[in-house]
Design a protein around this ligand. Structure first.
Ligand SMILES: [Zn+2]
Length: 303
């Protein structure tokens, strides 16, 4: 065999090898990414970024309370099968580490709030406020973190994720500007919030509200019921600030908030969507619609 023929044969083998590798790469993601979102709000943002590229399991679904969540056996199975897990972080999912370890999962874990400036409590520096999604500009960060994580495990679909993210961030920016415009029509003296638990701090910080207090004075519904003194103090501050409405949440029992509103002789507003979406098709069925709904309630009740 001449050197020329040998050279040509080696060339053919190499070409075949390249073809096989290329074929392998192009079908690397023939299956959808198995993704977990810990809460419904993250699940919705993820769907907007990933489109149909993921099979999504949401652990704490619509109207669910992540603070008090008790995992079920099916969660462990989903986590064991997952490629990637999207969690809020900021100590929201205090039950996730144990669940992850027990499942034997190898899934990549992504904290979607990475880069957010955490809200600090002056009187309780050990507590972290996890409700960063209440500031729409933070969800722009969530969206980018989710995009980067998806691209890292599925680089072939980068263009799709980039384009979905551009589209979704534009919607978030429109929403952010809309919220500011709506709030401008609420008298400054009325931009005061009393909620069931302390979950609107990021919202207040972004859009110029003052948090007067919370029926459960904590950033988690897991905290103990308020003491008689805490309730008396809250009643005083409600009166001193001329607060005329108390808001409770879609994922929490409004019993305490109701009894406080009764004691204070003030109205209790409709339930806000704070820590979870509402069921699909409801006014809180998506992140964009839940924020809109809450702001419309504020406009109606704070005047
Ligand atoms: Zn909460």
């Amino acid at each position: 065999m001449s050197y020329v023929t040998k050279f040509l044969n080696i060339g053919k083998v190499m070409l075949l090898a390249f073809l096989i590798i290329g074929l392998g790469l192009s079908t690397a993601r023939a299956e959808k990414i198995k993704a977990i979102a810990t809460i419904s709000i993250i699940g919705d943002v993820l769907k907007n970024v990933a489109g149909d590229k993921v099979d999504l399991v949401v652990l704490v679904g619509p109207n669910g309370d992540a603070h008090e969540y008790e995992p079920i056996p099916a969660d462990s199975v989903s986590i064991a099968k997952a490629d990637i897990i999207f969690e809020n972080g900021l100590h929201l999912e205090h039950w996730l580490d144990k669940l992850y370890m027990a499942s034997g999962s190898k899934a990549k874990r992504i904290v979607v709030s990475q880069g957010v400036a955490p809200r600090i409590f002056e009187d309780n520096p050990n507590e972290t406020d996890p409700h960063a999604w209440q500031d729409v500009s933070n969800v722009v960060l969530y969206t980018k973190n989710i995009r980067d994580a998806l691209v890292s495990i599925d680089p072939l679909n980068k263009d799709i994720y980039d384009s979905n993210v551009r589209n979704y961030i534009q919607q978030l920016q429109v929403l952010d500007a809309w919220v500011k415009a709506q709030v401008a029509s609420i008298p400054v003296g009325k931009r005061k919030l009393v909620t069931n638990h302390d979950d609107l701090g990021y919202f207040a910080g972004r859009y110029g509200f003052k948090i007067i207090g919370a029926v459960i004075p904590s950033a988690t519904t897991e905290a103990a019921d308020p003491s008689a003194k805490q309730t008396a103090d809250l009643l005083n501050i409600i009166r001193a600030n001329g607060v005329c409405v108390i808001f409770s949440e879609n994922m929490a029992n409004p019993k305490l908030a109701r009894s406080l509103s009764h004691e204070a002789g003030i109205e209790i507003g409709p339930l806000l969507y704070t820590d979870a979406l509402g069921p699909s098709g409801s006014e809180g069925g998506t992140y964009l619609s839940m924020i809109k709904y809450n702001v419309e309630i504020f406009r109606k009740y704070l005047k």
